[in-house]
Design a protein around this ligand. Structure first.
Ligand SMILES: CC(C)(COP(=O)(O)OP(=O)(O)OC[C@H]1O[C@@H](n2cnc3c(N)ncnc32)[C@H](O)[C@@H]1OP(=O)(O)O)[C@@H](O)C(=O)NCCC(=O)NCCS
Length: 197
């Protein structure tokens, strides 16, 4: 399949007013990408789910990748438990394989390290061969455990992903980015279930 037209992608911290754009993003994912990320086809994003997908607090971080038309093209969440940040990420089907997921994860881990995280944890469906290959590529020393068809991964956050390492831009700069609000944490109440819905 031909790659999507070039554009500039910004990585932003989610805010409560991103609910609608995140809902549209999840609704636009293929059933397969939705299943690999949420472990369910989740055909409908209700209000509670949308709120959970943008909810941030002192342990929960949410980043959005946004294209030049302000559309969400990637979503990444981290939940800090002791010194481990549990993360989950999904990129729009037409944008996969273009560096968006890497940038989201690197930024998420840098921010988690700033909050004291030393390890990263992920739950990945056993059939998600691509994500498991990427994990092996990024974290060759990761510890894995298989539990009911899910691969539980824990890895040390590498020094290269620690605070202070500048992030290269996601480079597809043909369309100008018309807006770029500063990345701020939004004040929002906690929602119970952190990564799966
Ligand atoms: C998994 C996913 C998030 C990756 O995002 P992406 O934008 O497609 O990935 P990227 O283009 O940033 O590539 C990620 C990295 O893996 C590498 N990579 C890509 N495909 C690879 C493969 N098959 N084998 C090994 N490494 C691979 C890339 O080179 C890149 O590494 P780098 O940062 O060192 O250059 C995305 O494919 C997705 O949304 N999948 C569906 C949902 C899902 O599976 N989520 C994960 C479980 S929560």
């Amino acid at each position: 399949m031909a790659p999507a037209p070039p554009a500039l992608v910004a990585v932003l911290a989610a805010r409560p007013d991103d609910e609608e754009r995140v809902t549209a993003f999840v609704a636009g994912l293929s059933p397969r990408s939705r299943t690999l990320r949420f472990f369910t086809g989740m055909p409908r994003v209700d209000r509670r789910t949308a709120r959970a997908l943008v909810a941030v607090d002192d342990r929960r971080d949410v980043l959005l990748a946004v294209d030049g038309d302000s559309r969400v093209v990637g979503h990444a969440m981290g939940f800090l438990r002791d010194d481990t940040t549990e993360i989950a990420v999904v990129v729009a089907d037409g944008w996969q394989g273009m560096g968006v997921g890497s940038r989201l994860v690197r930024t998420l881990l840098r921010r988690a390290a700033e909050r004291g995280a030393r390890n990263v944890g992920m739950d990945v469906m056993g059939e998600n061969r691509r994500a498991l290959q990427i994990i092996r590529h990024w974290w060759p020393d990761a510890r894995t455990r298989i539990e009911s068809g899910t691969v539980e991964v824990v890895a040390a956050i590498a020094p290269a992903r620690a605070p202070g390492v500048p992030e290269p831009a996601v480079t597809r700069p043909e369309r100008p980015l018309t807006w770029c609000p500063p990345p701020t944490f939004a004040e929002q109440g906690s929602v119970e279930s952190p990564l799966t819905l």
